[in-house]
Design a protein around this ligand. Structure first.
Ligand SMILES: [Zn+2]
Length: 436
């Protein structure tokens, strides 16, 4: 549906550019029938090769160009391979072909117009498949360059298949070569050897530190530089959820650690129409064209317990473990130590300092494995931290002296010890005040 306009653009461009003068081959410059402007291609013995070309060979193959090359050093040169094969009496067979051009420059040759069309179609369709598969409307899909074709004449073996031509246009080459580093190589040497800049060599070998080359290391010496780039504008519809909010209702029949969902929440949904701008598949910007809410989210109602633990504490505490007091309550290392540290071996049973109800059993950040006991009356809560294991569960009533867990080294702890903390109305107080 949306392909037709693109192909029309391509064909129109082809007709316009058909009359543009030959500006030289880009991809084909190292291959033999092509003219090159780079003196290095012919090499220092280029003139000798030119001289070695038999008259009849030159006569039947691009005689004019060979003659130009033999007379002047500033004019275009015949590529080295071409001269070699001509000197060896191998005259390439020329044939009519179609040159695919990018911004007026011939890049690669294919057999006929149908093949050229197929090359461009393949590139466009590959892009569509890779990046626009779920688009609802493709508004634009074009080459960033002016891509067209024109008739030309090339050596038979320069005519590429559709697949090869696609690779040349998209990768800048139809083959990827590697080089094995030998002792003494520098990135600069290798780059020079293969007519690359060190920057291109680096980009062809992402993740390789060119400063630290090792003998035996493989480097890619084909720098992929696409001749064509594509850009697209397409609309895409996405459906997404709208999260619900939660409302809490207090319930005095539940314990504070209990909660109950009264009305479960429900996600809503909306459909967004997006316009996505892509370059070579990469998303560069997005516009939101339209948002349609299909269903509104439904709020969730949760009951949270406020039932107060009855006063169960005796008021006189026992030490949860016997151990060395390695850290007191108060300022420590620029912060505040909210309890006392009692060092003893891992696995030592930890006792409830007073009677109460276990309100928390689990991991809590720097506390590591933690047990909290609420001693009731809305007053005192004790914390037992860095445990290696538990012996109680949430909601369980415990008596003073019951084993609730075991000394460990979990959370922010540098050795087995119990961190024991007492809170009154949520505020840590000095536990030693309770042990006269
Ligand atoms: Zn501590």
């Amino acid at each position: 549906m949306h392909r037709r306009p693109i192909l029309l653009v391509v064909i129109a461009a082809a007709m316009c550019l058909g009359v543009v003068a030959d500006m030289g081959w880009r991809h084909l410059q190292s291959s033999h029938p092509a003219m090159v402007e780079n003196d290095q291609q012919a090499g220092s013995d280029g003139q000798a090769l030119v001289d070695a070309v038999p008259d009849d060979a030159a006569g039947s193959y691009e005689r004019d160009r060979v003659e130009v090359a033999s007379r002047t050093t500033t004019g275009p040169r015949v590529a080295r391979e071409s001269l070699e094969s001509l000197a060896a009496g191998q005259v390439p067979v020329m044939q009519k072909a179609i040159a695919i051009t990018v911004d007026g420059q011939a890049v690669v040759a294919v057999a006929d117009e149908a093949a050229a069309q197929q090359v461009l179609d393949t590139i466009l369709h590959q892009y569509e498949e890779n990046y626009l598969g779920d688009a609802t409307v493709v508004e634009e899909l074009t080459f960033s360059e002016s891509v067209s074709w024109r008739e030309t004449e090339v050596a038979q073996d320069e005519v590429k298949s559709v697949e090869e031509a696609v690779n040349v246009l998209l990768l800048g080459t139809d083959k990827v070569a590697t080089y094995t580093v030998v002792s003494g190589d520098t990135a600069w040497d290798i780059a020079m050897e293969y007519d690359l800049t060190t920057d291109q060599l680096a980009r062809a070998n992402p993740g390789v530190d060119l400063e630290l080359l090792q003998p035996g290391q493989q480097l890619t010496i084909t720098y992929k530089e696409p001749y064509v780039h594509l850009r697209s504008v397409a609309q895409r519809q996405v459906e997404e959820g709208i999260p619900f909010v939660e409302e809490t209702v207090e319930d005095s029949s539940l314990w504070p650690w209990e909660s109950e969902i009264v009305t479960p929440g429900k996600w809503g949904s909306r459909v967004k129409m997006l316009r996505e701008y892509r370059e070579d598949g990469e998303l560069v910007s997005t516009e939101v064209l339209n948002v349609e809410v299909l269903s509104q989210p439904q709020r969730q109602v949760r009951k949270v317990g406020t039932k107060q633990v009855p006063d169960m504490g005796t008021g006189s505490l026992i030490l949860p473990v016997v151990g060395d007091l390695t850290s007191k309550f108060g300022p420590r290392w620029g912060s505040w130590h909210s309890g006392i540290d009692l060092a003893t071996s891992t696995g030592t049973p930890v006792k409830a300092a007073d009677s109460g109800i276990v309100t928390f059993v689990g991991w809590d950040g720097g506390y590591g494995k933690l047990v909290k006991i609420d001693h009731g009356g809305g007053k005192m809560v004790t914390y037992y931290a860095h445990l290696s294991g538990y012996n109680v569960s949430v909601g369980q009533a415990v008596n003073k002296g019951d084993v609730i867990g075991y000394v460990g080294n979990t959370g922010n702890s540098t050795g087995p010890h119990l961190h024991f903390e007492i809170r009154i109305d949520g505020q840590p107080v000095n536990p030693l005040n309770y042990y006269p």
